[in-house]
Design a protein around this ligand. Structure first.
Ligand code: NAD
Ligand code: UD1
Length: 343
């Protein structure tokens, strides 16, 4: 039996992807060091998929442990979610981010190469697009300028993309898909799994839901004088279940004989941009909760507008996002209100 190894599979996007992989008939093993998650998330996934999950508590930097996994199981592909993702923390502790994200990916690829496992799906981010250039170039397509990243987290993703491109040049039996996520929000419709940030969240949706549930008094909106329809920043929010489905399509693409782009690099977004005030308005309508807010100064590194041109994903892997901002808000709210303190 062949398995797909899911590194970071206990986390937010990983858990949602396990469900979609399971319904598509894939066998998988979760490999996670639980640095930003807990096994409770996997217990919930088991309830949803009504199956057991092979879980190994391990770090992707631990080659010895990875070798054991590759020796004991027939692993033919890897979806690599494992990584640290806080922009602010990466600025304070860049070495931790380069070690975990870049070194972690290198170790994993080395072991894959040793075991002749060559199919790799990587969680990248819209953050690799060059901020100075994209102010003028939305929607972003895969040929938009990349690289002038503004923080170590973004740089770690950009470095890994380049490592993957170089790896393919050196060994073109590798089949690689680089997926650039825009802004994942929402949760599974069951309401029993969702985003579970540690400490104070950095991203907009968990902050909104925490205000709605009464954990925080107000939301700070960073900037009210951007050149957008209401002065607040515009982003491309994508439902995490749509995002999860794209991983199934990406693995199927790598398994198919007609894969022609190497590495394949695709944007995962809806193609629609919503401002911070748009999101608040939709969330208030859906949840019936008022979200008090104050305007604050612009946040360093923010750009006015960032949304995807997702047409390449549709053309090549037959994927497009289906869920609306209303569904994203409804599912985020259901998760938060059913699980006030997360897992
Ligand atoms: P998450 O923190 O919920 O999940 C990441 C998982 O990886 C966690 O379970 C964590 O314990 C694990 N992990 C971290 N370092 C590890 C290591 N060295 N060895 C083994 N496991 C390790 O984050 P997420 O939101 O699910 O993101 C998944 C991936 O997608 C990350 O690589 C992230 O950078 C990327 N991404 C996320 C977003 C987003 O907004 N959530 C946007 C773009 C890209
Ligand atoms: C952030 C990360 C980016 C990552 C992406 C998806 C930063 C600088 N960038 O991008 O690397 O790929 O998440 O996870 O952190 N906002 C507020 N008040 C808040 C929080 C956010 O007004 O308290 C605004 C922001 O200014 C932004 C929008 O909400 O305009 C979305 O913010 P956020 O969820 O942090 O995502 P990004 O900034 O797009």
């Amino acid at each position: 039996m062949f398995f797909t190894l899911i590194t970071g599979g206990a986390g937010y996007i990983g858990t949602h992807t396990l469900i979609e992989l399971s319904s598509a008939g894939f066998n998988f093993i979760v490999y996670d060091n639980l640095s930003n998650s807990s096994e409770k998330s996997l217990e919930k996934v088991k309830k949803i998929i009504k199956k057991d999950i092979f879980f190994i508590n391990g770090d992707v930097r631990n080659k010895k442990k990875l070798r054991e996994v590759f020796t004991n199981y027939n692993i033919d592909s890897v979806i690599h979610f494992a990584g640290l993702k806080s922009v602010a923390e990466s600025v304070q502790n860049p070495l931790k981010y380069y070690d975990n994200n870049v070194v972690g990916t290198l170790k994993l690829l080395e072991v894959m190469q040793e075991f002749n496992c060559k199919k790799f799906v990587f969680s990248s981010s819209a953050t690799v697009y060059s901020k100075v250039d994209i102010e003028k170039a939305t929607p972003l397509n895969e040929l938009s300028p990349t690289g002038k990243t503004t923080n170590p987290y973004g740089s770690s993703k950009y470095m890994i993309e380049n490592i993957l491109k170089d790896l393919y040049i050196s060994d073109n039996s590798f089949k690689i898909a680089i997926l650039r996520y825009f802004n994942p929000i929402g949760a599974h419709k069951s309401g029993i799994i969702g985003e579970n940030p540690n400490g104070i969240p950095n991203n907009l949706m968990p902050l909104i839901t925490q205000v709605a549930i009464g954990k925080r008094k107000t939301l700070k909106i960073y900037g009210s004088d951007y050149d957008t329809h209401d002065g607040t920043c515009i982003r491309d929010y994508i439902h995490v279940v749509d995002l999860a489905n794209a991983h199934v399509k990406a693995i199927k693409y790598l398994n198919s004989k007609n894969d022609k782009f190497h590495p394949l690099c695709i944007n995962l977004g809806t193609g629609k941009g919503y401002s911070v005030l748009d999101v608040i308005k939709v969330f208030e309508n859906i949840s019936g909760q008022k979200i008090p807010f104050d305007f604050a100064d612009r946040r360093d590194g923010d750009i006015p507008e960032c949304y995807a041109d997702p047409s390449f994903a549709k053309e090549i892997i037959g994927w497009e996002a289906k869920k609306t901002l209303e569904q994203m808000c409804e599912d985020s709210w259901q998760w938060q209100s059913n699980n006030i303190d997360g897992y």
